[in-house]
Design a protein around this ligand. Structure first.
Ligand code: BG6
Length: 608
């Protein structure tokens, strides 16, 4: 998720671009750049690291009078966050500049075709392909060239384009990534998101999927997907800047909970090619995979819970033994690591000290290391032998939701990948698993439909002092994460138990009215779980159920039941966690707590 901005008018563009990027830093902040055009051509200034590095470079460059330009603040998905990979990107002729937010899935094949056509490339990004593809199609009409180029792309994008051959003109277009356009004093502007331009106007045009906006200093015109002229009505916003960066949501956490379908689509779609799982930066030979006799997962917090779900998926689908170790414990317990061990470090930030040290220890013992990371180019990613990236985009809320869901998806895909290479997954089962993976984002969208019910239910439990989560198999793993979510943001004591374990101790804590959440989508263990629910009810505990849509067998014993869609058994934690994220969220909201920044916690703990 990156931030793009563009301006064309009668005022110098650079100050407007830098101000806009400053308001978009929450969308990505590992590198930034601007491109401005005038009679002399296109000037590009860009820098790795924080936006301040770019601002310093611009100041060093001295005044730039150009009144037409593009800006970008990056969240790396292809290529490390370096100056060369920072946007804007130029076509090899230097005549076209592009800023892009999204992921182009077919950029490699387009790149090869463009190289054969004589174009050259300097970066590792997918965006540079867009610039050359527009140049390839350019024949005097910039909007036409953009439309032709975009029609060849698969993936998600919002782009801003300028050309030395179309002075004072900016063309903007989108597919899945967000884009707004506005008229403002002195010209016209475009941006990924409203905050970038809120200082200049409160009236915006939304650019819909497949539409094109042509910005000139005198106005904005729109073209439909068939290049037909469109008339649009601006919408007005009353948001302040802070709520605008949350897209109008109350908190980053609820915004990120609802971003999960898009994050999963970006994470899954880039790793399925021709009906098989393909990891761009992890491609061991079949012999290397067969040599693996044990997988260790090392992680902390929610990432460790993703590891527990991953263990279940890998052992079930690939039949490879998996041990999940808390990173802070791993290197002090003399783990039995050999050169046949694969150690998987899962981390959203890629900077968690415990996880970094665990990975480093595993390498020192001769293990092969694979990192599952959200922040491209982060330390754990750099130090691993191989990396599989989640594509959740920047996650701002301390309590993870979308990154956790993307970690689950990567662990499922790793299990399928290993199973295919080891021959434990046949073609028919693979087709079923790939179809189920592809359907997950839409099913998560459906599960988000429990939002109103979770909000209404949460009000009844916000005064609880203890909440227990029980489940069997993969449902237990989902309960671990649900329990941590509740603790992190509502400060209510909570524990998750393998349901069969409840009677061996914890049942002593169940009193009249004690809330117990029973996660019950594992059909083959459902009857046993129902016995555990009856044990709780016999002590007058209050049970909240989570089960598959249409299952009525919990109704008599439960005060309330969340229903989620049906998927492959190993993938169910991706769906059961959704109502429980919302349940935890609304309990914390009812308590009026600072949900994005819970007390005592940090987004990434870079000390041991
Ligand atoms: C905690 C975060 O500090 O660290 C959790 O609050 C996270 O959300 C855990 O799961 C591990 O962090 P990371 O960045 O290594 O996934």
């Amino acid at each position: 998720m990156c931030g793009i901005v563009g301006f064309t008018g009668t005022a110098p563009a650079v100050p407007i671009l830098l101000a806009g990027l400053a308001k978009l830093e929450y969308r990505g902040y590992d590198s930034a750049g601007v491109a401005v055009s005038d009679a002399g051509g296109i000037t590009v200034i860009k820098a790795g690291g924080k936006l301040a590095n770019l601002t310093a470079l611009v100041e060093k460059h001295g005044g730039i009078p150009s009144a037409c330009g593009l800006g970008h603040t990056r969240w790396a998905t292809h290529g490390a966050p370096t100056d060369v990979n920072a946007h804007p990107h130029l076509s090899s002729s230097g005549r076209i500049a592009v800023v892009h937010n999204g992921i182009i899935e077919n950029y490699q094949e387009l790149k090869e075709r463009l190289i054969a056509e004589g174009f050259s490339f300097v970066s590792q990004t997918d965006t540079e392909v867009i610039a050359n593809l527009i140049d390839y199609h350019y024949a005097g009409d910039l909007a036409g060239a953009v439309a032709a180029a975009l029609s060849e792309l698969t993936g998600s994008y919002a782009v801003g384009v300028l050309s030395v051959d179309a002075p004072g003109e900016i063309v903007a277009a989108r597919k899945d990534s967000p884009l707004v356009v506005a008229m403002m004093e002195g010209g016209a502007a475009m941006a990924s998101d409203i905050p970038a331009l809120l200082g200049y106007t409160r009236d915006f045009y939304s650019v819909e999927r497949g539409e094109i906006a042509v910005l000139t200093r005198s106005g904005v015109s729109f073209l439909g997907p068939g290049r037909e002229p469109l008339t649009k009505v601006a919408f007005h916003v009353d948001w302040d800047a802070e709520s605008a960066s949350k897209g109008g949501a109350d908190t980053f956490m609820i915004k990120e909970i609802f971003e999960q379908p898009r994050a999963l689509r970006d994470t899954i779609s880039t790793k399925i090619k021709g009906g098989e799982i393909v990891f761009p930066e992890f491609a061991p030979s079949a012999g290397e995979i067969r040599a693996i006799d044990r997988v260790f997962v090392v992680a902390c917090g929610s990432a460790a819970h993703a590891g527990i779900v991953g263990k279940s998926a890998i052992e079930t689908l690939a039949r490879v033994p998996v041990e999940v170790e808390l990173a802070s414990e791993f290197r002090y317990k003399n783990p039995i690591i050999t050169d046949r061990s694969l150690v998987v470090a899962i981390s959203q930030s890629g900077t968690t000290a415990d996880t970094r040290e665990a990975q480093s220890y595993a390498k020192s013992k001769g293990a092969r290391t694979l990192a599952v990371i959200n922040v491209v180019g982060s330390q754990i990613a750099r130090e691993a032998d191989s990396v599989i990236y989640t594509n959740a985009g920047p996650e701002i809320a301390v309590a993870t939701t979308k990154a956790y869901s993307c970690q689950l998806a990567v662990m499922y895909m790793l299990a399928v990948y290993l199973g295919r290479k080891l021959g434990t997954i046949g073609d028919e089962y693979n087709r079923r698993l790939i179809a189920a993976l592809t359907a997950l984002p839409d099913q998560i969208e459906t599960a988000l439909g429990t939002d109103a019910f979770a909000k209404e239910l949460a009000g009844r439990y916000s005064a609880a002092t203890d909440v227990f989560f029980i489940g069997r198999g993969a449902d237990y793993a989902a309960g671990l994460e649900a329990s941590l979510k509740l603790k992190e943001i509502s400060y209510i004591h909570s524990e998750a138990y393998a349901a069969g374990e409840l009677k061996h101790g914890t049942l002593a804590l169940i009193e009249r009215g004690t809330p117990v959440v029973a996660v019950a989508v594992c059909e083959k263990l459902f009857d046993k779980l129902m016995s555990n629910i009856k044990e709780v009810r016999a002590r007058f505990g209050e049970v909240i159920g989570v089960t598959w849509r249409g299952n009525r067998r919990m109704d008599d014993e439960c005060a309330a039941v969340f229903e989620v869609p049906v998927t492959e058994p190993v993938f169910t934690p991706s769906l059961t966690i959704i109502p429980l994220q919302l349940f935890a969220y609304y309990i914390a909201a009812a308590k009026g707590l600072d949900i994005d920044k819970p007390r005592n916690l940090a987004k990434s703990v870079t000390v041991e």
